[in-house]
Design a protein. Structure first.
Length: 831
């Protein structure tokens, strides 16, 4: 897109005024010749916002300029024939035009000319940029080896979260980067992810699975217990999790455990249990104590299927260890885990805990689940496992209407995205992996970064994606010297310990070169040495799948929008880079992007065709653009539960006492002496936890982060429509605000031991007293006084990680709050 066209489109977003020119002596020369009207063009495309919905969009444009966006609305298939539903886009998708023409769009290749992080850039040509990038890659490999190359996790630029695999369509840059670096010999990958690393490990260590039943099973349940689950905001679009949550919880007895009264409650809940952050395990211990005290544990069921509840269920090699029932009763530590004890820790009344235990006992088909927020804390592994053993102790699992306490969602047909084919990704020959939230630490420590103390892993399988085993006997083979970011914002902004990360990356002797291929100038590109402009998803063609419950919609995404300035597609950029690196033939295999998409789509055809022949081949989907299929189904976790059932755990049983976690605890050490690694789910007080005496007096408030309706992670932060509609404020209870003399809408400073942010205050009873919360995803922006006026929550979080998996602890933080000085001016997207 030419500069004139881009500015014209951008101006149209922010200005509706007209200006009348002054009259001249002769009007005749000023007459503008009539312009023939241009018809508006409609293209189907995707909203690729990484929220687990991926709704179809109807993108309208005129003369190459995007004019408006509509959602799927061509028929009334809501609860219509065969129960199909439309995937109707939420405000994020409908505001896509504001993203395309946002002022932060990267326009040209740029190289850094000032100090790293200074934001001083010089425009260069694509040829110079790719030559520089190729030279730096080749130098790093020759000088240090492939282990010195890393690229960050990213979900921007065309992330299509379709299907259970959810890694992206052909427009998504990550698969292209993986293919290129695999051809060069590999790179140090990330392990675990930011969202669910602790849940993945703790779930597998308990009953061998991570996920629970599908939401439709709640319709058959007589009691629903949800911990930290907020699908109405986290996955609010279309006919997905938000729709299903509302549909299947209707009329049900629903108890929600969360320090925040979320939109997933809003009157449909029977009880809201506003628990203190990080204390869920203490409450569950008390529920189990009450179940045990009243004889409500299904001892025969537990003995058949579980290991670690009583001494006779312990394996021979751990007979000297404490079974979980003894811990709950306090036989060794002298502390029975009673409801009265838990009430003092959690803030949940003793009688409420007792009633909850009775409800679980009386329910015939309890549906117990957790959201991902529960796992992102210092005690995340403990909380995840505590929730997941509840259904087993009461013997109510495997029946219709039940779940295993894991993360749940809608049933989705397995729509496998095209670009994750092993034939495209190829194999990574570098097997070491670093926990995604530990990258700055790995750069800082170099070869001192190891698996005994830190998050060093080894890839499990040939094509494993973000999955590895802890390697306590190994260290980083080579310091990370080159970082590549492909449409992501995790280098600093989306990683815990933002202040620490910036200090690490400012030392150019550690990581010698950082480059990014991105859509916008972000807090990540600010710390790069070279940045390349990428096309947005709606600016290019792709193939993929939209999904709702029981429905799959294969689509051909097309675009009539002129791409902005010199932005390139992921395919074109990687092809040109491959040519500079001398691997163009290997990278392309002599195929165009269209030929690759056709091949990869047809590889998936047999997976999706149910024998009817109705599923479209590639040429057909290009012609029809959009076709909805009914794929009925449900997921009932452990539905074939029989005596003697073997589980995917070391003992073959559901492990209340985890042999996996025991082995990890014996092989690793903890930098933080307050961290514990018990093999059974146990509450403990971590650094900056509720009962932490070392921090609670200077920093009296617990601080938690959340997802909000405005954005998924940092995507859409710079969308001005969404910023105006949904303010990113710090929530505070009226009792706390009154005590400090703070008022609604006031600008405040929130300060932790790690940093300071400025934000507006929202005074609301929807947050527990003693707790502050703010949605994650705001872009970090420091003013001259070192205060983050962008309001990035990771500015407040230190570089601290969970004991077992070394993952994000975004809900373990203590802060203080005060009125901001009058001189504070917030970033425009936060105010």
């Amino acid at each position: 897109m030419e500069r004139r066209s881009f500015l014209k489109a951008s101006a149209a977003l922010g200005c509706a005024a007209t200006v009348t020119g002054c009259k001249t002596s002769s009007d005749e020369p000023n007459k503008v010749p009539p312009v023939a009207p241009v018809d508006e063009v409609m293209d189907w495309n995707f909203c690729t916002g990484n929220c687990a919905s991926m709704c179809p969009l109807k993108v309208y444009s005129k003369d190459g300029i995007m004019t408006r966006v509509e959602t799927e609305n061509d028929d009334d298939v809501i609860d219509g024939e065969n129960g199909q539903v439309q995937s109707r886009a939420c405000p994020r998708g409908r505001a896509a035009r504001q993203r395309v023409y946002a002022p932060e769009r990267l326009k040209y290749p740029m190289k850094r000319v000032g100090k790293r992080g200074s934001g001083q850039w010089q425009r260069i040509s694509w040829d110079e940029a790719l030559t520089t990038l190729a030279d730096k890659i080749q130098y790093t490999i020759n000088e240090y080896g492939n282990e010195a190359i890393h690229f960050t996790q990213a979900t921007g630029g065309g992330f299509i979260s379709a299907g259970n695999d959810g890694k992206g369509g052909f427009a998504y840059p990550l698969p292209h980067s993986m293919r290129l670096f695999h051809l060069l010999g590999g790179f140090t990958a990330t392990q675990g992810g930011y969202s669910a690393a602790q849940l993945r490990w703790a779930g597998l260590a308990t009953d061998g699975v991570m996920r629970g039943s599908s939401y439709d099973q709640m319709a058959k349940s007589d009691f629903i217990l949800a911990f930290s689950s907020n699908p109405r905001e986290c996955q609010m679009a279309g006919g997905g999790n938000s729709y299903a949550w509302t549909r299947y919880t209707a009329g049900k007895e629903l108890w929600i455990v969360d320090p925040k009264y979320t939109d997933s409650a809003l009157g449909i809940e029977t009880e809201w249990l506003p628990i203190r952050p990080g204390t869920d395990t203490a409450m569950i211990e008390a529920v189990i104590h009450e179940l045990d005290e009243n004889g409500w544990i299904d001892e025969d069921f537990v003995r058949e299927h579980c290991m670690g509840w009583t001494q006779d269920t312990m394996l021979d090699e751990i007979q000297d260890e404490e079974p979980y029932r003894d811990y709950i009763r306090g036989l060794n530590d002298g502390i029975p885990k009673t409801p009265a004890r838990a009430a003092k820790i959690t803030g949940i009344p003793e009688e409420t805990i007792k009633r909850l235990a009775r409800k679980l006992h009386e329910a015939q088909r309890p549906f117990i689940l957790q959201g991902l927020g529960l796992n992102r804390s210092k005690v995340g592994e403990q909380a995840v496992r505590a929730v997941m053993i509840l259904p087993w102790l009461i013997g109510k699992i495997g029946k219709e209407g039940t779940s295993n306490g894991g993360f749940c969602g809608v049933y989705r047909p397995d729509a496998v995205p095209v670009a994750t084919s092993p034939n495209f990704l190829l194999e990574n020959k570098v097997k070491q992996m670093v926990q995604s939230s530990n990258i700055a630490l790995a750069v800082d420590l170099g070869t001192e970064f190891n698996g005994k103390e830190h998050g060093l892993f080894e890839q499990l399988e040939k094509q494993a994606f973000m999955t590895g085993n802890r390697t306590p006997d190994k260290s980083l083979a080579m310091p990370i010297k080159f970082i590549w970011s492909a449409c992501g914002n995790s280098l600093v902004n989306q990683t815990q310990g933002a202040e620490y990360s910036e200090r690490v990356y400012s030392d150019e002797s550690k990581c010698e070169f950082i480059a990014a291929f991105d859509i916008f100038h972000t807090p990540t590109t600010r710390w790069c040495d070279l940045i390349l402009p990428a096309q947005m998803d709606v600016e290019q063609n792709d193939v993929g799948f939209a999904q709702t419950e029981n429905t799959i919609t294969p689509m051909s995404a097309t675009s009539s929008i002129t791409p902005a300035f010199e932005a390139k597609t992921a395919w074109d950029m990687h092809c040109e880079l491959a040519k500079k690196l001398g691997i163009w033939d290997e990278y392309t295999e002599g195929k165009t992007d269209e030929e690759w998409k056709r091949q990869l789509w047809e590889e998936r055809y047999s997976h999706h065709d149910d024998g009817s022949g109705e599923f479209p081949h590639y040429d057909e989907i290009l012609e029809i653009k959009h076709k909805r299929f009914y794929r009925p189904g449900t997921k009932l976790v452990h539905k074939d539960l029989l005596p003697g059932t073997k589980f995917n755990t070391p003992s073959g049983k559901v492990e209340i006492y985890s042999m996996t976690l025991r082995e990890m605890a014996l092989a690793t050490t903890q930098p933080d002496p307050k961290d514990k690694m018990p093999a059974t789910p146990q509450y403990f007080t971590p650094h900056e936890g509720y009962e932490d005496e070392d921090t609670k007096h200077d920093y009296p408030y617990q601080f938690v982060t959340s997802h909000d309706k405005r954005r998924t992670h940092s995507l859409n932060h710079n969308n001005i429509w969404l910023a105006e509609a949904m303010q990113s404020a710090v929530w505070m209870n009226p009792l706390d605000a009154q005590k400090l003399g703070l008022s609604d809408e006031q600008i405040v400073i929130v300060e932790s031991m790690s940093g300071k942010i400025a934000a507006r205050l929202k005074v609301t009873p929807r947050i527990l007293p003693g707790v502050l919360q703010k949605a994650q995803g705001s872009w970090r922006q420091l003013n001259d006084n070192g205060i983050d006026i962008g309001g990035c929550v990771n500015t407040l979080l230190g570089p601290f990680y969970s004991p077992f998996v070394k993952s994000m602890c975004s809900h373990t933080c203590r802060v203080k709050i005060s009125a901001a000085p009058a001189s504070i001016v917030l970033d425009k997207y936060q105010d």
